[in-house]
Design a protein around this ligand. Structure first.
Ligand SMILES: [Zn+2]
Length: 76
């Protein structure tokens, strides 16, 4: 058992590190422990949902497709 890292002399705190004789980073550098898992890209944000125009929409109101965050004359 080791009380300090054999490479950088920092005190070892975890049981695994004391057994290896190396701290987490030094053990990783020497290939004693698997490399840090790589961060994966976050899931893309969902696209706005298309809202079909109301059945009673007046001509011209549907010229531009409405999405949920767009105000209508009734919502103002
Ligand atoms: Zn070390």
């Amino acid at each position: 058992m080791w009380s300090e890292c054999r490479a950088c002399k920092r005190p070892l705190r975890s049981e695994e590190a004391r057994r290896l004789g190396y701290g987490r980073d030094c053990a990783r550098k020497r290939g004693l422990t698997p490399p840090k898992p790589r961060r994966t890209r976050a899931a893309p944000r969902p696209k706005p949902v298309f809202v079909p125009p109301a059945a009673d929409a007046l001509p011209g109101q549907t010229a531009i497709d409405l999405v949920f965050h767009q105000p209508t004359l009734e919502s103002l």
